[in-house]
Design a protein around this ligand. Sequence first.
Ligand code: NAG
Ligand code: NAG
Ligand code: NAG
Ligand code: NAG
Ligand code: NAG
Length: 235
Amino acid sequence: MHRWNFECAFLVVGVSAWHGQLSPTFYDETCPPLRSIVRGMIAQVLFNTDPRIPASLIRLHFHDCFVNGCDASLLLDNSTSAGIDSEKGAPAKNNSVRGFDVIDDIKTAVEDACPGVVSCADVLTIAATESVYLSGGRCWTVLLGRRDGLTANRTAVNDFFPRPSEPFDQLKNKFAVLDLNISDLVALSGAHTFGTAHCLFFRNRLFDFNPTGAPDPILNTTYLADLQLFYYIDI
Ligand SMILES: *[C@@H]1O[C@H](CO)[C@@H](O)[C@H](O)[C@H]1NC(C)=O
Ligand SMILES: *[C@@H]1O[C@H](CO)[C@@H](O)[C@H](O)[C@H]1NC(C)=O
Ligand SMILES: *[C@@H]1O[C@H](CO)[C@@H](O)[C@H](O)[C@H]1NC(C)=O
Ligand SMILES: *[C@@H]1O[C@H](CO)[C@@H](O)[C@H](O)[C@H]1NC(C)=O
Ligand SMILES: *[C@@H]1O[C@H](CO)[C@@H](O)[C@H](O)[C@H]1NC(C)=O
């Protein structure tokens, strides 16, 4: 089922101009085994203990990138001495991000192989791409060489991060701030959980919208009937 085609991971296609120092081959000289270490460790967790891990890791990356760029600031814990107000505890995230322990283990393995070379931001990025690939998705080229943020901003998370309960126009605006359009919104919202969502976040639209005791009238009725059926199967 799962493809183990290592060739794919090293394919570099159609990238002609790097932004600043970023490059898909950034670690080719300094940490050649990087990608196979990340892939191997995620595969181990995926096949042995936690089938949810690929979705959780791509979600971590999404949550990190959405606020102040892909700088791994999401990984920082509270620290009064360093003035860090951790993003992990932000109410907008609703304690729903997970997989930090796996990222820590990957980073440790990467440090063992190539000490002091690979940023946490790039570990998160590669973990996301490898998670998609291990789940049967496509592989794609990402630019590497991002530096880690040294501060976190919980206020910014609460101000800018999209919430599941937000109206569509507001979500559209939050994505537009990052130059992301409606296609991006739909793709990223679906993909960052691999298409699965907690019933909690949408059941009111199926049964008791706003609350009227009836479904959300704008839902396609065929789609509505399907979702209602799945809801009953699921609970
Ligand atoms: C970090 O500290 C803030 C208070 O400054 C607290 O509200 C938050 O829950 C803490 N986050 C974590 C992950 O412990
Ligand atoms: C967070 O999730 C809980 C249920 O787990 C829900 O009751 C609460 O309203 C959510 N909070 C936010 C800010 O979305
Ligand atoms: C955190 O983000 C907010 C925007 O939500 C901004 O006003 C504030 O200056 C930022 N704080 C730091 C320390 O960067
Ligand atoms: C969103 O942008 C992408 C290019 O980044 C483009 O391919 C796609 O058609 C756009 N979608 C919409 C709805 O404009
Ligand atoms: C409703 O969804 C079904 C498939 O789920 C589709 O065939 C149908 O065209 C949709 N109807 C409208 C009005 O969009």
